[in-house]
Design a protein around this ligand. Structure first.
Ligand code: PLP
Length: 434
């Protein structure tokens, strides 16, 4: 048995069977530089999924490495939140300012799951209610409460929750009930659905709506820009809070705003974040209205949340995004790739949809004969791209969406290379599908 096959065998023996591994023959990444990674067999790949949107500046970035090494050199790897920590205050100041939330305060966690858990706790406490609204097809994490507001049974086996959760159907514009509607009619139908759910299923005393402005795991669904403004108007009538889960959409990746929700012209009561902020180092958190944050009358601590090493990485990463205007780069490179894919899509009957904003884009695959969602075609496209040296991700309610979120530092040449590989891979998959 090869070393690689043996590692896979050992993985399967001791890791949970539900832990998602990409590819029929999973890859062991052993090296990374710039926007490329190398596997244990020496194959190189351009990375269009960056971990899971975690390495948003690419790999081995000098500023981030230097900041972390400087922190390590002080010997202060961890002291706990019981002491003042300069890096934490500096990062909180930046995020509070960027959030657009009035009098914002920030609490750091280690992951997106904990960030959402915290936001739900704040909202439930502020409203003295365990009732929460969430979206179908959503993904918010793997804790009990976060899994409970996850509206996709493929990603959570929790069919009960400590919260009383009601799901809205608005996130996916492609659902059959919206067929033939204009964006305005669709937004109106969603707002009516929200009002109806609040009035008939809850009696009004709901803590919050938690939603991803663009669903990540759900397959990069792209609701029209006014949707959350319409939702917010209804929520405000009832005093219900709005939590925007920006774990995938934050930091300018959509190219059209610093947060995904900016496209909707809405200021949430709380924003949760994680993934890209530490450029691979574990850091997440919540930024919320100060009264909401301070309203939790309990002594709070997170042992590792906001630790000095993560804070050093996160400060350097965020500074890099802002100093190099990576939001503009995301808009530009995304337009090239999405435009190129959309122009080619007509040649491939397996492509049901190409969609995206900035460096968050997806190809939805369907059986050319029946039009039904096709997970095998999505898997085949992933494999074909891998064979040609490109890593991508998968998602969607049925696992039939290939989604991509390249590093925000993507260059013109890399964008062209990735686009070329995707089109060649679509050709290969289409040839075998007919
Ligand atoms: N929220 C969203 C939108 C996510 O995509 C994820 C992870 O994929 C999470 C929350 C959970 O984050 P984590 O895996 O860091 O706990």
């Amino acid at each position: 048995m090869s070393e690689h096959a043996n590692l896979l065998r050992r993985h399967r023996a001791v890791m949970p069977s539900w832990m998602a591994l990409n590819y029929t023959d999973p890859i062991e990444i052993v090296g990374a530089k710039g926007n490329r990674v190398t596997d244990a067999e020496g194959n190189g790949y351009l990375d269009f999924f960056t971990g899971i949107l975690t390495n948003m500046l690419g790999y081995d970035v000098p500023e981030v490495r230097d900041a972390v090494e400087r922190q390590l050199a002080t010997g202060v790897v961890h002291t706990s939140t019981a002491y003042l920590l300069r890096g934490q205050v500096e990062l909180a100041e930046k995020i509070a300012r960027l959030s657009g939330i009035p009098d914002a305060k920030v609490f750091f966690t280690n992951s997106g799951t904990e960030a959402n858990e915290t936001a739900l706790l704040l909202a439930a406490y502020a409203r003295r209610s365990g009732q929460v609204l969430a979206m179908r097809q959503s993904y918010h994490g793997r804790s009990f409460a976060a899994a409970g507001v996850t509206g996709n049974r493929a990603w959570t086996n929790v069919s009960f929750s400590p919260l009383d959760v009601h799901f809205l159907h608005g996130a996916d514009r492609h659902l059959p009930q919206f067929a033939g509607m204009t964006d305005e009619q669709y937004i109106d139908a969603c707002a009516q659905d929200l009002r109806h759910v609040i009035a008939t299923a809850t009696g009004g005393d709901v803590a919050a709506l938690i939603a991803e402005p663009i669903q990540g795991v759900g397959g990069f669904t792209m609701p029209p820009d006014g949707l959350f403004a319409a939702y917010k108007r209804v929520l405000d009538e009832f005093g219900i809070l709005f939590v925007s889960d920006e774990v995938q959409t934050g930091w300018g990746r959509t190219g059209q705003g610093f947060w995904g929700i900016d496209n909707h012209g809405v200021t949430p009561d709380a924003i949760t974040f994680a993934k890209g902020l530490g450029n691979g180092f574990a850091v997440g958190g919540v930024v919320a209205r100060g009264d909401l944050m301070d309203g939790l009358h309990a002594v709070g601590i997170s042992t590792f949340g906001g630790n000095p090493v993560s804070m050093a990485a996160a400060n350097a990463t965020l500074d890099h995004v802002l100093d190099h205007d990576l939001q503009a780069n995301a808009a530009r490179q995304g337009a090239t790739i999405i435009g190129g894919l959309a122009a080619a899509a007509g040649r491939f009957p397996v492509v049901k949809d190409v969609r995206g904003k900035g460096l968050m884009f997806a190809i939805e695959l369907a059986d050319p004969g029946t039009g039904e969602p096709s997970p095998p075609l999505a898997a085949a496209l992933m494999e074909a791209a891998r064979e040609r040296g490109l890593l991508v991700g998968k998602g969607g309610l049925y696992g039939n969406v290939v989604r991509m979120a390249p590093p925000m530092t993507l260059t013109d040449d890399e964008a062209a290379e990735g686009l070329g590989i995707l089109i060649a891979s679509l050709e290969a998959v289409s040839d075998t599908a007919v």
